[in-house]
Design a protein around this ligand. Structure first.
Ligand SMILES: C[S@@+](CC[C@H](N)C(=O)[O-])C[C@H]1O[C@@H](n2cnc3c(N)ncnc32)[C@H](O)[C@@H]1O
Length: 207
Protein backbone atom coordinates (compact mmCIF):
# COMPACT_ATOMS: atom_id res chain seq x y z
CA UNK A 1 0.00 0.00 0.00
CA UNK A 2 1.34 3.46 -0.86
CA UNK A 3 2.06 6.09 1.75
CA UNK A 4 -0.82 8.27 0.50
CA UNK A 5 -3.35 5.45 0.55
CA UNK A 6 -2.44 4.71 4.18
CA UNK A 7 -3.14 8.30 5.17
CA UNK A 8 -6.47 8.49 3.29
CA UNK A 9 -7.59 5.09 4.57
CA UNK A 10 -6.93 6.30 8.11
CA UNK A 11 -9.04 9.43 7.77
CA UNK A 12 -11.77 8.11 5.41
CA UNK A 13 -14.59 7.72 7.96
CA UNK A 14 -13.86 11.15 9.46
CA UNK A 15 -13.70 12.69 5.97
CA UNK A 16 -17.11 11.16 5.17
CA UNK A 17 -18.65 12.90 8.18
CA UNK A 18 -17.17 16.34 7.50
CA UNK A 19 -19.55 18.80 5.84
CA UNK A 20 -18.72 20.56 2.57
CA UNK A 21 -16.67 23.55 3.69
CA UNK A 22 -18.17 26.12 1.28
CA UNK A 23 -21.60 24.89 0.05
CA UNK A 24 -22.21 27.90 -2.25
CA UNK A 25 -18.94 27.40 -4.14
CA UNK A 26 -19.52 23.65 -4.26
CA UNK A 27 -23.00 24.18 -5.79
CA UNK A 28 -21.56 26.60 -8.32
CA UNK A 29 -18.88 24.10 -9.38
CA UNK A 30 -21.49 21.32 -9.70
CA UNK A 31 -23.66 23.57 -11.86
CA UNK A 32 -20.81 24.69 -14.12
CA UNK A 33 -19.74 21.06 -14.56
CA UNK A 34 -23.27 19.92 -15.43
CA UNK A 35 -23.40 22.45 -18.24
CA UNK A 36 -20.89 20.20 -20.06
CA UNK A 37 -22.82 16.96 -19.52
CA UNK A 38 -25.22 15.33 -21.94
CA UNK A 39 -27.32 12.20 -21.30
CA UNK A 40 -24.67 10.38 -23.38
CA UNK A 41 -21.66 11.54 -21.34
CA UNK A 42 -19.13 8.98 -20.20
CA UNK A 43 -17.46 10.49 -17.14
CA UNK A 44 -14.34 9.66 -15.13
CA UNK A 45 -13.53 11.07 -11.72
CA UNK A 46 -10.15 10.49 -10.08
CA UNK A 47 -9.58 11.10 -6.38
CA UNK A 48 -13.34 10.84 -5.83
CA UNK A 49 -13.10 10.64 -2.02
CA UNK A 50 -16.38 9.44 -0.54
CA UNK A 51 -18.23 9.71 -3.85
CA UNK A 52 -20.51 12.66 -3.10
CA UNK A 53 -19.82 14.50 -6.36
CA UNK A 54 -20.15 11.42 -8.57
CA UNK A 55 -23.46 10.48 -6.98
CA UNK A 56 -24.85 14.01 -7.45
CA UNK A 57 -23.85 14.03 -11.12
CA UNK A 58 -25.08 10.49 -11.89
CA UNK A 59 -28.63 11.45 -13.03
CA UNK A 60 -27.17 13.85 -15.61
CA UNK A 61 -24.91 11.44 -17.51
CA UNK A 62 -24.81 8.00 -19.09
CA UNK A 63 -22.06 6.54 -16.91
CA UNK A 64 -19.60 7.62 -14.22
CA UNK A 65 -16.49 5.69 -13.24
CA UNK A 66 -15.28 7.25 -9.98
CA UNK A 67 -11.91 6.17 -8.65
CA UNK A 68 -9.72 6.69 -5.61
CA UNK A 69 -6.40 5.41 -4.32
CA UNK A 70 -7.97 4.56 -0.93
CA UNK A 71 -9.94 1.35 -0.57
CA UNK A 72 -11.62 2.75 2.58
CA UNK A 73 -12.91 5.72 0.58
CA UNK A 74 -14.20 3.29 -2.07
CA UNK A 75 -15.92 1.21 0.64
CA UNK A 76 -17.75 4.35 1.78
CA UNK A 77 -18.65 5.23 -1.84
CA UNK A 78 -20.16 1.79 -2.34
CA UNK A 79 -22.14 2.07 0.92
CA UNK A 80 -23.56 5.38 -0.29
CA UNK A 81 -24.25 3.95 -3.77
CA UNK A 82 -26.23 1.10 -2.19
CA UNK A 83 -28.61 3.70 -0.72
CA UNK A 84 -29.42 5.09 -4.19
CA UNK A 85 -31.18 3.80 -7.30
CA UNK A 86 -28.27 4.67 -9.57
CA UNK A 87 -27.24 1.93 -11.96
CA UNK A 88 -24.74 4.03 -13.96
CA UNK A 89 -22.06 4.63 -11.30
CA UNK A 90 -19.07 2.42 -10.66
CA UNK A 91 -16.54 3.06 -7.89
CA UNK A 92 -13.12 1.51 -8.38
CA UNK A 93 -9.97 1.62 -6.26
CA UNK A 94 -6.87 2.78 -8.11
CA UNK A 95 -4.98 5.72 -9.54
CA UNK A 96 -4.66 7.11 -13.05
CA UNK A 97 -1.50 5.01 -13.29
CA UNK A 98 -2.86 1.71 -12.05
CA UNK A 99 -6.31 1.72 -13.64
CA UNK A 100 -6.57 0.39 -17.17
CA UNK A 101 -8.27 3.31 -18.90
CA UNK A 102 -8.70 3.28 -22.66
CA UNK A 103 -7.40 6.33 -24.56
CA UNK A 104 -10.03 8.67 -26.07
CA UNK A 105 -12.83 7.09 -24.04
CA UNK A 106 -14.28 9.77 -21.73
CA UNK A 107 -16.33 12.88 -22.50
CA UNK A 108 -15.60 14.52 -19.15
CA UNK A 109 -12.86 13.87 -16.57
CA UNK A 110 -13.12 15.42 -13.10
CA UNK A 111 -10.35 15.81 -10.55
CA UNK A 112 -11.38 17.76 -7.47
CA UNK A 113 -8.98 18.56 -4.62
CA UNK A 114 -6.51 16.08 -6.04
CA UNK A 115 -3.94 17.60 -8.43
CA UNK A 116 -1.95 19.07 -5.51
CA UNK A 117 -1.87 15.59 -3.92
CA UNK A 118 -0.52 13.49 -6.77
CA UNK A 119 3.27 13.15 -6.74
CA UNK A 120 3.49 13.51 -10.53
CA UNK A 121 0.99 16.18 -11.47
CA UNK A 122 2.26 16.49 -15.06
CA UNK A 123 1.74 12.76 -15.59
CA UNK A 124 -1.78 12.95 -14.12
CA UNK A 125 -2.73 15.79 -16.46
CA UNK A 126 -1.15 13.99 -19.44
CA UNK A 127 -3.11 10.82 -18.60
CA UNK A 128 -6.30 12.86 -18.32
CA UNK A 129 -5.62 14.27 -21.77
CA UNK A 130 -4.98 10.78 -23.14
CA UNK A 131 -8.22 9.24 -21.84
CA UNK A 132 -10.43 12.14 -22.95
CA UNK A 133 -12.06 12.05 -26.36
CA UNK A 134 -11.17 14.93 -28.68
CA UNK A 135 -13.41 17.79 -27.59
CA UNK A 136 -13.64 16.25 -24.10
CA UNK A 137 -13.67 18.39 -20.97
CA UNK A 138 -11.37 18.32 -17.93
CA UNK A 139 -12.89 19.91 -14.82
CA UNK A 140 -10.58 20.37 -11.86
CA UNK A 141 -10.56 22.18 -8.58
CA UNK A 142 -7.12 22.46 -7.02
CA UNK A 143 -5.89 23.81 -3.70
CA UNK A 144 -3.16 26.39 -4.33
CA UNK A 145 -1.46 26.96 -1.01
CA UNK A 146 1.22 29.26 -2.41
CA UNK A 147 -1.43 31.92 -3.08
CA UNK A 148 -2.34 32.64 0.54
CA UNK A 149 -1.12 32.72 4.12
CA UNK A 150 -1.66 28.94 4.09
CA UNK A 151 1.81 28.77 2.49
CA UNK A 152 3.20 29.01 6.02
CA UNK A 153 1.71 25.54 6.59
CA UNK A 154 3.96 24.04 3.96
CA UNK A 155 7.02 23.41 6.18
CA UNK A 156 4.73 21.89 8.83
CA UNK A 157 3.16 19.57 6.23
CA UNK A 158 6.63 18.53 5.06
CA UNK A 159 7.72 17.68 8.60
CA UNK A 160 4.41 15.84 9.17
CA UNK A 161 4.96 13.86 6.00
CA UNK A 162 8.44 12.93 7.12
CA UNK A 163 6.91 11.43 10.28
CA UNK A 164 4.23 9.66 8.22
CA UNK A 165 1.38 11.84 9.52
CA UNK A 166 0.50 13.67 6.29
CA UNK A 167 0.31 12.67 2.65
CA UNK A 168 2.27 14.25 -0.18
CA UNK A 169 0.99 17.83 -0.73
CA UNK A 170 2.36 20.13 -3.38
CA UNK A 171 2.35 23.87 -2.91
CA UNK A 172 0.96 25.46 -6.09
CA UNK A 173 0.05 28.79 -7.58
CA UNK A 174 -3.16 29.19 -9.61
CA UNK A 175 -1.15 30.29 -12.64
CA UNK A 176 1.05 27.18 -12.37
CA UNK A 177 -1.96 24.86 -12.50
CA UNK A 178 -3.33 26.69 -15.51
CA UNK A 179 0.03 26.61 -17.29
CA UNK A 180 0.51 22.88 -16.68
CA UNK A 181 -2.95 22.15 -18.08
CA UNK A 182 -2.17 24.29 -21.14
CA UNK A 183 1.24 22.64 -21.55
CA UNK A 184 -0.48 19.24 -21.72
CA UNK A 185 -2.35 20.49 -24.81
CA UNK A 186 -5.65 21.67 -23.33
CA UNK A 187 -7.46 24.88 -24.22
CA UNK A 188 -8.65 26.74 -21.12
CA UNK A 189 -12.40 27.34 -21.17
CA UNK A 190 -12.72 28.93 -17.74
CA UNK A 191 -10.52 29.71 -14.76
CA UNK A 192 -12.12 30.95 -11.55
CA UNK A 193 -11.49 30.85 -7.83
CA UNK A 194 -14.94 30.40 -6.32
CA UNK A 195 -15.00 31.20 -2.64
CA UNK A 196 -11.25 31.42 -2.10
CA UNK A 197 -8.10 32.73 -3.74
CA UNK A 198 -6.60 29.40 -2.74
CA UNK A 199 -8.79 27.45 -5.19
CA UNK A 200 -8.11 27.05 -8.90
CA UNK A 201 -11.31 25.87 -10.58
CA UNK A 202 -10.47 25.10 -14.19
CA UNK A 203 -12.52 23.92 -17.11
CA UNK A 204 -10.34 22.88 -20.03
CA UNK A 205 -11.02 21.28 -23.39
CA UNK A 206 -8.96 18.74 -25.33
CA UNK A 207 -8.90 20.15 -28.89
C1 LIG B 1 -8.88 15.97 -0.48
S1 LIG B 1 -9.64 14.45 -0.93
C2 LIG B 1 -10.78 15.02 -2.19
C3 LIG B 1 -11.92 14.07 -2.37
C4 LIG B 1 -13.01 14.57 -3.31
N1 LIG B 1 -12.53 14.71 -4.68
C5 LIG B 1 -13.56 15.89 -2.83
O1 LIG B 1 -13.46 16.89 -3.56
O2 LIG B 1 -14.07 15.92 -1.71
C6 LIG B 1 -8.41 13.69 -1.90
C7 LIG B 1 -8.78 12.29 -2.34
O3 LIG B 1 -7.82 11.86 -3.30
C8 LIG B 1 -7.41 10.54 -3.01
N2 LIG B 1 -6.04 10.40 -3.53
C9 LIG B 1 -4.88 10.84 -2.99
N3 LIG B 1 -3.85 10.58 -3.81
C10 LIG B 1 -4.38 9.95 -4.90
C11 LIG B 1 -3.83 9.44 -6.11
N4 LIG B 1 -2.53 9.49 -6.36
N5 LIG B 1 -4.68 8.88 -7.01
C12 LIG B 1 -6.01 8.80 -6.75
N6 LIG B 1 -6.58 9.26 -5.62
C13 LIG B 1 -5.78 9.83 -4.71
C14 LIG B 1 -7.55 10.39 -1.53
O4 LIG B 1 -7.73 9.06 -1.14
C15 LIG B 1 -8.77 11.27 -1.25
O5 LIG B 1 -9.95 10.50 -1.30
Amino acid sequence: MTESATFWNRIAEKYAKSPVSDPDSYELKLKRTQEFFTPESNVLEFGCGTGTTALIHAPHVKRILATDISEKMIEICNRKLADTDHTNVEFRQGTLNTLKLAPNSFDVVMGHSILHLVPDMDAAIAKTYEVLKPGGIFVSSTVCMSETAARFMIPILRIGRWFGRFPYVRSLKVATVEQKVKDAGFDIVERTSPGSKMVCFLIARKP
